[in-house]
Design a protein around this ligand. Structure first.
Ligand code: ATP
Ligand code: MG
Length: 388
């Protein structure tokens, strides 16, 4: 008998002809996440991944595997020979190490190998009987098939796999299965969460950060890089583009009405993001906007901002409250970094009374006073790139 981990995938099953591609993406991501911990072997058997590794590493492995999108649960299992005695021994090992006092249970058998002579319901009953005979009296253990405190699973495949625990994964789709997105990553709470949510749907993420050195300190950039590193635990390798907006802010300040600064600068951000995307074949932009949160996040403002690019802008936080966003940031592990103080380029140049209902016509009039093409090209020429 051997101790293994098994990994069960979620929605992948639904995706017909992409199925193999999705499995490969998920397994590649798992391999990447656990390469530092190490494992002996892994193999796929009828839609589940089995990983053989040192039992002492199981907790670390489970923690890292959980960060991979597309997984619904991970189990610690006993791999037994495909006969009654061996399976009973497996059950014993599991139950001897569980707190089963005053609990109810249910056995579920999944007979994938139809040459195994005993049918699933019959075998479940048999093994339930075995458990009751050996454990019921001492532990006041009972069967409850409708609402058990714990379940015992027996999968009959090439081997028999026995387990009683399930560590929940995050679900979603494996990275790389839903195109490439460019995340506009500020130093705030929202944008890392937005990137995480799109990555959870299988989108590969790269980041674009705007700063305005020397008006803001270098720390803002370092913070964005640190946030990128936290995100990359889930999203894998990523590139962070860092663009200096200082000259653009100066030009806006000099030539346009101050209360338009936020909208004008956001439109610059969208156009620059689009140019970078065109060069690198990114399919969509991602922002952390949430409806009504600030002046630039009204329907009217977002409409005018979006007009600056023809790329789709994904805003997964649009209908979330701040408290819900914070909960997610805590889960991801980005919250603590996000709340460190930093000087945001937007807050330094932010007008004290920004317009909340901008009119595209007036914004375009203001833009006609700026040498947009030249300002953007210069900003992109001076862009720095960090690979994480
Ligand atoms: P966040 O918490 O992500 O900073 P926010 O609540 O502060 O968001 P805004 O400042 O209005 O909201 O920014 C909206 C979105 O625009 C951000 O979520 C981010 O995607 C993008 N954005 C804003 N500032 C920057 C920046 N300096 N660099 C890159 N993207 C930015
Ligand atoms: Mg912000």
């Amino acid at each position: 008998m051997e101790d293994l981990l098994s990994v069960s995938f979620g929605e992948l099953f639904l995706k017909g002809k992409n199925r193999n591609k999705f499995f490969k993406a998920a397994i590649d991501n798992i391999k990447r996440n656990i390469k530092d911990i190490g494992y002996e072997d892994m193999y796929l058997e009828s839609s589940k991944l089995y990983i053989k590794a040192d039992k002492n590493d199981f907790d670390d492995l489970i923690r890292e595997i959980k960060k991979v999108f597309g997984i619904i649960y991970i189990s610690e299992i006993k791999r037994c020979d495909k006969n009654k005695e061996s399976i009973e021994n497996g059950l014993k090992e599991i139950l001897d190490n569980m707190d089963i006092k005053n609990k109810t249970f249910k056995v579920t058998t999944n007979r994938v190998d139809k040459t195994f002579e005993i049918k699933s319901p019959e075998f479940s009953q048999m093994m339930g009987g075995f458990i009751l005979k050996n454990y019921a009296k001492k532990n006041n253990l009972k069967v409850d098939v409708h609402n058990p405190d714990f379940k015992v699973f027996i999968d009959i495949k090439k081997y028999a796999y026995v387990y009683a625990n399930r560590h929940e994964g995050m679900g979603g789709l494996p990275l790389g299965s839903s195109g490439n997105g460019l995340l506009l990553l500020s130093g705030g709470i929202d944008s890392p969460v937005a990137g995480f949510m799109m990555a959870k749907r299988g989108m590969r993420i790269n980041c674009l950060h705007f700063h305005s050195y020397p008006f803001t300190s270098k720390r803002a950039l370092q913070k964005a890089i640190d946030l990128g590193k936290i995100l990359s635990q889930y999203t894998g390798k990523m590139r962070i583009y860092s663009v200096n907006m200082a000259e653009i802010y100066k030009a806006i300040n000099k030539n346009c009405h101050r209360n338009q600064t936020t909208i004008l600068s956001r439109r610059f951000m969208m156009r620059i993001a689009e140019k970078i995307s065109e060069k690198n074949s990114y399919d969509a932009l991602i922002t952390g906007e949430s409806l009504g949160q600030v002046a630039s996040q009204t329907v009217e403002s977002m409409t005018v901002i979006e007009d600056a690019t023809k790329l789709p802008i994904f805003k997964p936080l649009i209908a979330l409250d701040k408290t819900e966003i914070i909960d997610r940031a805590l889960f991801i592990g980005s919250y603590e970094k996000s709340i460190e103080p930093y000087d945001d380029c937007c807050s330094i140049f932010a007008p004290s009374n920004p317009i909340t209902k901008p009119k595209l016509k007036y914004i375009k009039e203001s833009e006609s006073n700026l040498d947009i093409e030249n300002l953007e090209n210069k900003a992109i020429e001076n862009m720095e790139i960090f690979d994480i």
